[in-house]
Design a protein around this ligand. Structure first.
Ligand code: C2O
Ligand code: CU
Ligand code: CU
Length: 561
């Protein structure tokens, strides 16, 4: 984009914003029960009078339904991909096995369905779902493919806090878009994002009864960090972070949320009937280097809404409802953070190339490669991840399949509102450091990995992501029987895989395929056990196919270095 184009763009911003008067906020419908159907398709929405903006969405034209789940419940979700391109659907924050996670390894091809089934194991909280196909996440998400997941559990139900969806328990999905001022189409570029939306509504207006209101905030934007507060500088109370309730409501005046992060807050509107209030973004108060705030040493190009104060949501307070909650509880739940003793420590380092770059990022010197397993984690081991950011901007770091607790941020204890379970944390720039602790207790899979990545969608698509396997245990041998005639050892190997056959009378052949279906090697006329040399294969997943008596048997292996 040349300078001229940028300045035209910026000049047009005030026009776009004035063109829209206050619009009643859209609240996504809910879906409950044990079986869910999500149909992802291309659509369009009239964000601007007389303009159809191209979108894609689950079950609608922009943002999907809110899934209401209960802890302990067994569910089945059918995702029907009606797009003309491949997608995946990831359950962000849910503790599920890799095969149900919806990361880049669970592709849903056009006109096909994917039907994960799992037990809801997470605590009451606000989670979300969105596509996660490598290289396509940014585009599919910002065009509207995202939705909220609300989980309830007994502990939360026992608390006297607002829980009536769209009355006193209100989802606020916060996004920014780069909208072309002429065509009104969403562009896949986030450096100059110029339009703020809540629940897909531009210039939104929400009517709230005069009582305690619970807002479920999700930062679903592609890069911007929110720093939210009210225009009258009132105190509100954070009751939950990404993955569950806090020990007690934490009084706050501003709340900071990186991409992918969630928070639940309680706001006391008891004595505000008839008033108009505004939830605002205070980007100017963000630390330098946080996307949406001031730049470090003038390095990053500032977008039209960066480093500014502006309105996010207009609130009109109406009369109280029956059975309203009118008090902020003193206590919530009891979190039991993992203790660091006996934990394995791992370091994760963000760098940029060149050093001051704002676009080309690496994790531990690498870009994401679907064939590379970056490390393995043993099931039930406590893991401390020591994350250092050697770039000039903050990155929201996210892990799949689990939540974590923050041990420290730049060497000190996290603030009270970040002491609960989380799955995204902003890593401050310029050698900023965050230490987190996690434990993968319930699922292991020797071939399907979990992801860890920066949740700035363009960074993620560009490869600021890695993957790891959770393995059953360090010493236990990995072996699989194929129809009882063949035995493979080990399934995760560096140099060789031993293929043992019980039936030595019938000759067999071996073929190795990569995951694109290319045959890399074949060995014919074998009639005894065979040591398959895999030294020269790249790291990644492979399929060993055995043919004996015209019967094919398949076995998956992972090559590591
Ligand atoms: Cu919200 Cu890996 O993603
Ligand atoms: Cu996720
Ligand atoms: Cu990043």
């Amino acid at each position: 984009m040349n300078i001229f184009k940028i300045s035209v763009w910026i000049l047009l911003i005030p026009i776009i914003q004035k063109a829209t008067s206050q619009n009643p906020i859209y609240i996504p419908d809910t879906l409950g029960g044990n079986e869910f159907l999500l149909q992802l398709k291309n659509s369009s929405k009239e964000f601007y009078l007389g303009f159809q903006t191209q979108t894609n969405a689950y079950n609608g034209n922009y943002l999907g339904p809110t899934l209401i789940l209960n802890k302990g419940q067994q569910i089945k979700i059918q995702v029907d991909n009606q797009l003309s391109e491949t997608t995946t659907t990831h359950w962000h924050g849910l503790h599920v096995a890799p095969k149900n996670d919806g990361g880049p390894h669970n592709p849903i091809f056009p006109n096909t369905k994917w039907s994960p089934e799992f037990t809801v194991m997470d605590q009451a909280g606000t989670y979300w779902y969105h596509p996660h196909l490598h290289g396509k996440t940014f585009e599919q998400v910002i065009k509207g493919a995202a939705g909220l997941i609300i989980i309830h559990d007994q502990e939360e139900i026992d608390l006297k806090i607002p829980r009536t969806y769209s009355v006193d328990d209100i989802p606020l999905i916060l996004q920014f878009q780069t909208v072309d001022p002429i065509s009104k189409q969403i562009s896949v570029n986030n450096d100059f994002d110029n339009v703020s939306m809540v629940n897909g509504t531009i210039n939104p207006m929400l009517k709230c009864p005069a009582q305690i209101i619970r807002f479920r905030l999700l930062n679903a934007s592609s890069r911007r960090v929110f720093n939210l507060g009210f225009n009258d500088d009132r105190t509100f109370y954070q009751i939950a972070g990404d993955a569950g309730l806090l020990n007690k409501p934490i009084p706050m005046k501003k709340i900071r949320l990186g991409t992918g992060e969630r928070a639940e807050i309680l706001v006391d509107f008891n004595s505000d009937q008839g008033k108009n209030l505004i939830l605002k973004q205070y980007g100017n108060e963000l630390p330098a280097g946080f996307p949406g705030g001031p730049a470090i040493m003038g390095m990053s190009p500032l977008g039209p809404l960066d480093n500014k104060i502006f309105d996010i949501l207009n609130i009109h307070v109406t009369s109280q409802t029956n059975n309203s909650v009118t008090q902020i509880p003193a206590k919530l739940i009891e979190n039991n953070p993992l203790s660091p003793s006996g934990a394995i420590e791992r370091s994760i380092r963000f760098t940029a190339q060149p050093m001051m770059s704002m676009t080309n990022f690496f994790i531990n010197g690498l870009k994401y490669d679907e064939h590379t397993i970056n490390f393995t984690v043993n099931q039930k081991d406590k893991e401390i991840w020591n994350i250092t950011n050697q770039t000039i901007m903050a990155h929201p770091f996210h892990i799949h399949g689990n939540s974590f607790y923050i041990l420290s941020i730049n060497g000190i204890d996290p603030p009270e509102n970040m002491k609960g379970r989380k799955d995204v944390v902003l890593i401050p720039p310029m050698n900023g450091n965050v230490r987190i602790i996690t434990q993968y207790n319930d699922f292991h899979d020797s071939s399907l990995p979990y992801m860890f990545h920066c949740h700035i969608l363009s960074h993620e698509d560009d490869g600021m992501m890695g993957q790891f396997l959770v393995l059953e245990s360090p010493t236990k041998t990995e072996q699989g029987y194929v129809e009882d005639s063949f035995k493979f050892f080990p399934s995760i190997a560096i140099n060789k895989v031993l293929i043992e056959t019980i039936n030595t009378f019938i000759p067999y052949s071996i073929r190795i395929y990569d995951f694109m279906g290319n045959c890399l090697k074949h060995i014919d006329q074998l009639n005894s056990s065979y040591e398959l040399d895999i030294q020269n294969l790249k790291q990644g997943f492979y399929l060993i196919s055995i043919l004996q008596n015209n019967h094919p048997y398949c076995h998956k292996i992972v090559k590591v270095n």
